[in-house]
Ligand binder design. Sequence first.
Ligand code: FES
Length: 106
Amino acid sequence: MPTITLIEHNGTQHSVMGEVGQSVMQAAMNAMVPGIQADCGGACSCATCHAFVEDAWTDVVPAAEDAELDMLEFANERQETSRLTCQLTIQENMDGMVLRLPESQY
Ligand code: FES
């Protein structure tokens, strides 16, 4: 199972194990990582599962589709590396991936 590290804004790290095919958001929610709200439950309609992909991993994650890009317009503190974690499907090559969480999802 790939392990993904999520780093809260305060620096607290959470390494979560995810199943291939599961979303990063779901793996984070299962591990009760603070800072991911996921108000819409993964329907790409809330932008409260927002995270920043660390630079070393931006080539590994598939490009965002239009629906995700549209919803990212509503993400707090949006950056170049912003993604909605409900739209990031865990793959084997994501083992070790690091994402940082924004200070707030709202
Ligand atoms: Fe709502 Fe990701 S959980 S957009």
